[in-house]
Write a protein that binds this ligand. Structure first.
Ligand SMILES: NC(=O)c1ccc[n+]([C@@H]2O[C@H](COP(=O)([O-])OP(=O)(O)OC[C@H]3O[C@@H](n4cnc5c(N)ncnc54)[C@H](OP(=O)(O)O)[C@@H]3O)[C@@H](O)[C@H]2O)c1
Length: 259
C-alpha cells in the first residue's frame, strides 16, 4: 500500500533501536526523508546506515537527548519543518512508589510527558500553516492497564495522553493529526532488560520470565518492532487523516478491555 507520504520529512525520536527504529524503517521504506535521534552515536549511525541501505533512501541521524531542550533544538536545526514527528524516549525504571522522590518524578515527567509536549509545541504551528501534520507519541499499554511497579511511567504517560486528547481536536481542522500508540510487549532491548530485572527480583530464570510474558499474550508471541513500525507509519499516512486523538493498542490482545 502506498502511504502517500513519499518525500515528506519526519523526525523519529529514540530510533536507534526497538520501536522507534521499527517506525523509522517503515517510514523510510515508504519514501519519507527521516531524521533519527538517540543519545548514543555509534548505534544510531549503524541504524541509519542499515535503514538507508534497505530502503534505498538517505536517513539522517543526530545524537541528541530528546528529553532536553538542547537536544530537541538541535534536531529542529537539522529539520526545522517536519511533516511527521514521532515522540519516543526510554521508559522510566520500575520500582516501589515509596522510593520515588520529587527528583525521580520530575525525571519521569521530563522523559515521558514534557519532552513530547514541548516537541509538539515546537512543530505544531508549522504543520498547521502547511496544512499537513502527523504526530505519533509512543506511550504504553500501561496507560490502559497500569501496574504499580511502573507507576512513574503510568503517571507521566497518562498526563501526555490527557494533553493530547484536547489538543488533537483543536488542530484537526488543519490537516494535523495527533495520536498515541500503546505498545504491549514487543521484543526489544527494553523488554529484555525488564525481564532480566524481574528474573533477578523473583529468583526465576530469564527464560521462565519470558515464557510467562508470552503466555499472557493471546497472540502467543511477543510483538515484532517492525510490525509496530508499520502500524505507526500507517498513522502517518495520507489515508489516516481522519484518525486523530486516539490511543491505539498494539498488544496481541493482551489488554482485555472492550473499548
Ligand atoms: N518494548 C516494549 O514492549 C514496550 C512496552 C511498553 C512501552 N514501551 C515503551 O516504548 C518506548 C520504546 O521502547 P523500546 O522497547 O523500543 O526501547 P529500546 O529498545 O530500549 O529502545 C529505545 C530507543 O530510544 C533511545 N532513547 C532512549 N532514551 C532516549 C533519549 N532520552 N533521547 C533520545 N533517544 C533515547 C535509545 O537509544 P539511546 O539509549 O542511545 O538513547 C533507543 O534507540 C519506551 O518508552 C518504552 O518504555 C515499550
Amino acid at each position: 500500500m502506498d502511504l502517500g507520504i513519499a518525500g515528506r520529512k519526519a523526525i523519529v525520536c529514540g530510533a536507534s533501536a526497538g520501536l522507534g527504529r521499527g517506525t523509522a524503517r517503515a517510514l523510510a521504506l515508504d519514501g519519507v526523508k527521516v531524521l533519527i535521534a538517540a543519545r548514543s552515536g555509534d548505534r544510531l549511525k549503524a541504524a541509519a546506515e542499515a535503514i538507508s541501505a534497505e530502503a534505498g533512501i538517505e536517513v539522517a541521524y543526530l545524537a541528541a537527548d530528546v528529553t532536553t531542550e538542547a537536544g530537541r533544538a538541535a534536531l529542529l536545526e537539522v529539520c526545522p519543518d517536519p511533516d511527521i514527528l514521532v515522540n519516543n524516549a526510554g521508559g522510566p525504571p520500575t520500582g516501589d512508589f515509596r522510593d520515588w522522590d520529587r527528583e525521580t518524578w520530575i525525571k519521569a515527567l521530563e522523559s515521558n510527558m514534557l519532552s513530547a509536549i514541548f516537541f509538539i509545541q515546537a512543530v505544531l504551528d508549522g504543520m498547521i500553516a502547511r496544512k499537513f501534520g502527523r504526530i505519533v507519541n509512543i506511550t504504553s499499554y500501561m496507560v490502559k492497564a497500569p501496574a504499580a511497579i511502573l507507576g512513574l511511567s503510568n503517571g507521566a504517560r497518562a498526563g501526555l495522553t490527557g494533553f493530547v486528547g484536547g489538543l488533537s481536536r483543536d488542530v484537526a481542522a488543519h490537516g494535523v493529526t495527533i495520536n498515541n500508540v500503546l505498545p504491549g510487549q514487543f521484543d526489544t532491548d527494553r523488554l529484555r532488560s525488564n525481564h532480566t530485572r524481574q528474573a533477578e527480583l523473583s529468583g526465576r530464570d530469564f527464560d521462565a520470565v519470558r515464557a510467562a510474558a508470552i503466555k499472557s499474550i493471546p497472540a502467543g508471541r511477543l510483538g515484532d518492532p517492525d510490525e509496530f513500525g508499520a502500524a505507526c507509519a500507517f498513522l502517518c499516512s495520507a489515508q489516516a487523516g481522519f484518525i486523530t486523538g486516539q490511543n491505539i493498542l498494539l498488544d496481541g490482545g493482551q489488554v482485555p478491555g472492550l473499548l
